[in-house]
Write a protein that binds this ligand. Structure first.
Ligand SMILES: [Fe+2]
Length: 386
């Protein structure tokens, strides 16, 4: 009676999103009178004058606030702990994550640590409950989609691991997508964060947990990303293209927050933890080898990416269309400056160790990947980016 091509499932997302240039003006309306929010951001956002713009909106609306502007890229547990102490000392209420994935994830970590009083490591095996502290996410890059996901990535340098923590408590209450905050984004940042968004859309689409709802989001996300990324890398000031990228990364976030991800993420996190490769770049490097690995079991579905990528698939068979898609994506990533391997990044001492393999073997995205993988197959994929 039911076609197998329309899987059953569920879809959940509680985040209210505002998406238009100028949407920053919605921020005061997201707060209650008398609340003192903590703005969590990084030094680059301060230098770029973006923090000042947010402060001005709050000043004009008569809000007091505190600022923690020391988030590093790949924020670690110590940073979240220091920020949580500062949050308590200042008697703050809501937490505003302002920046890329690092700042938004650090903001999530602070809300969880402040409300539960527990170390973040204690949530590695269990979903994070609602913290009762409202979160507002304001992305300044188009990449992680963290403004709409119930996921955060916090590094534990002692264990050399990027902890991927999940739970209903990690969804922001409000996401503000204001492309004017991305104006002047450097080409390298646009490329590496955009590459992460591409991979989110593709992995959500190919995931074992994909549904008709997440597929629709992933395909439109990919169309938006593919039709805007070259322009944004070439000219970081065009609002129309920036808005397209921001919507693409957000929709990819909506898709993967429900469908999950795949092997690219299972492999990229350990490489990031051990070799400090920016997340979007390690994702970009693994995309081609992982898609080649997946191709034998998913050509039919993979070939559906031709349309959003602007490729004419004609009457070609799904395997040959999929091969062209993989090459097309590799060319696009090459064009925007994503390195193909770690050597190009200057990492000459790359060794695939047991801890990296253990991490990838136990990663949730590995279990959702369309093709099952053995430890030896993971080792070969790790080697593919040497
Ligand atoms: Fe990612």
């Amino acid at each position: 009676m039911f076609s197998h091509s329309v899987p059953f499932g569920s879809f959940h997302n509680p985040v209210q999103i505002f998406f238009r240039p100028g949407a920053l003006s919605e921020l005061p309306g997201a707060l209650q009178a008398g609340e003192v929010p903590l703005i969590v951001t990084d030094p680059g956002i301060v230098k770029a004058g973006i923090l000042d713009r947010v402060c001005r909106v709050l000043d004009d609306a008569g809000f007091q606030y505190a600022v923690f502007a020391k988030v590093e890229s790949d924020p670690c547990v110590e940073t979240v702990e220091a920020a949580t102490a500062f949050y308590r000392e200042k008697g703050c209420g809501p937490v505003i994550g302002l920046g890329g994935g690092s700042s938004m994830d650090a903001a999530k970590g602070i809300a969880v640590a402040a409300s539960t009083g527990k170390p973040l490591q204690s949530f590695r095996q269990s979903p994070i409950p609602s913290p009762g502290i409202p979160l507002v996410a304001i992305p300044t890059t188009a990449g992680t989609g963290s403004e709409v996901t119930g996921v955060m990535v916090i590094s534990d340098p002692k264990e050399k691991v990027k902890m991927v923590l999940r739970g209903p408590g990690l969804f922001p209450k409000i996401g503000i997508l204001d492309a004017t905050l991305l104006e002047g984004i450097p080409p390298r940042v646009a490329a590496s964060t955009g590459s992460d968004a591409f991979v989110h859309a593709i992995e959500a689409f190919l995931s074992c947990k994909a549904t008709a709802v997440t597929d629709a989001l992933a395909l439109e996300a990919l169309r938006l990303l593919a039709s805007n990324i070259r322009q944004v890398v070439a000219d970081g000031w065009n609002l129309e293209f920036l808005h397209g990228m921001l919507m693409g990364s957000c929709m990819a976030g909506l898709a993967f927050s429900n469908a999950g991800l795949g092997l690219v993420h299972a492999l990229a996190h350990p490489v990031g933890a051990f070799y400090h490769v920016p997340h979007g770049i390690s994702c970009g490097m693994f995309l081609k080898p992982v898609l080649r690995f997946n191709l034998p079991v998913c050509a039919e579905k993979l070939s559906q990416l031709a349309l959003p990528l602007g490729l004419d698939s004609g009457r070609e068979n799904p395997v040959s269309v999929s091969k062209r898609i993989i090459e097309n994506l590799a060319e696009l990533f090459d064009e925007i400056g994503i390195p193909q391997n770690l050597r190009e990044l200057g990492i000459a001492d790359y060794q695939v160790n047991d801890a990296m393999l253990d991490d990838a073997m136990g990663a949730v995205p590995r279990s959702l990947n369309v093709r099952k993988s053995s430890r030896e197959e993971l080792r070969a994929l790790f080697e593919a980016v040497r």
